[in-house]
Design a protein around this ligand. Structure first.
Ligand code: KIV
Length: 274
């Protein structure tokens, strides 16, 4: 049964698994595989749409992919990302969240940022929108952070992540993603806030973990962050299958008898005769 936001808050201290899904088949496989929470991340821009960052992803893109994921996993708790600049003001955030929840079927939105986005989170929560926060490495503003690199090694960035998580809890988030921060910092944040933390590249002491589907199954060849564990090499398996298909078409081995349809001899004769 689909958890409520209250159930999710109650999962503090329990380990749970979240995975990204951007389409019908992946969401269905993830749900069938027992994933607790699905995220239609704006990482869709990089792993599916071929952009070199998440910046170009639009609300329309997110609505399109969230709808597809929802069709694949009707019973899952589905979180959808608010893409870059779609939450620059409370009004824009409300409009984008309205589309993601009413049109596309998301159960919650996620947005990146710490103390600076607290007023937006407050406005969303006041309007009844469940919000998941995201601090540490925030890919939408990676450039300002010096690239896709570990956050929180020094006091200033560690404080920013910690204070951000505390501010997001105060603003009403039901949980906070901690991305690419040292494990001891993630542990401290997890101890300091009463809502669940969901780590990615943040060590094993977060309440939940999240991974990008294409990283987990080996289907994104751009780059693989060191914190990713590949559970299978689906990309290599798919490439090998495609190569065999192409070779069999060229050799005439495909389609064979088993993939062809028969018809009655007399019908064939009449057609030929006619
Ligand atoms: O967009 C995304 O997939 C994310 C996860 C990496 C947490 O934000």
């Amino acid at each position: 049964m689909k958890p409520t936001v209250l159930d999710l808050r109650g999962r503090k201290g329990q380990r749970f698994a979240m995975l990204t899904a951007y389409d019908f088949p992946t969401a269905r496989l993830a749900a069938e595989g027992g994933i607790d929470l699905l995220l239609v991340g704006d990482s869709v821009g990089m792993v599916v749409l071929g952009y070199d960052s998440t910046t170009p992803v639009t609300v329309d893109d997110m609505v399109h992919h969230t709808k597809a994921a929802r069709r694949g996993a009707p019973e899952a708790f589905l979180v959808a990302d608010l893409p870059f600049l779609s939450f620059a003001t409370p009004e824009r955030a409300l409009a984008a969240s309205e589309r993601l929840m009413k049109e596309a079927g998301a159960d919650s939105v996620k947005l990146e940022g710490g103390e600076e986005v607290a007023p937006v989170v407050e406005a969303l929560v006041r309007a009844g929108v469940p919000v998941l926060g995201h601090v540490g490495l925030t890919p939408q503003t990676a450039s300002a952070l010096g690239g896709y690199k570990l956050q929180g090694k020094d006091e200033a960035t560690a404080r920013r992540a910690l204070d951000g998580a505390v501010a997001l809890e105060k603003a009403g988030c039901w949980g906070v993603v901690l991305e690419l921060v040292p494990a001891p910092l993630a542990r401290l944040v997890t101890e300091k806030i009463a809502i669940p933390t969901i780590g990615i590249g943040a060590g094993g002491d977060c309440d939940g973990q999240v991974l990008v589907f294409h990283d987990l199954v080996g289907m994104f060849s751009g780059f693989t962050p060191t914190f990713v564990k590949r559970y299978t090499e689906a990309g290599a398996a798919i490439k090998a299958a495609i190569a065999r298909y192409a070779a069999e078409v060229r050799s005439g081995a495909f389609p064979g008898e088993g993939q062809s349809f028969r018809m009655k001899e007399d019908v064939l004769r009449r057609i030929y005769g006619g």
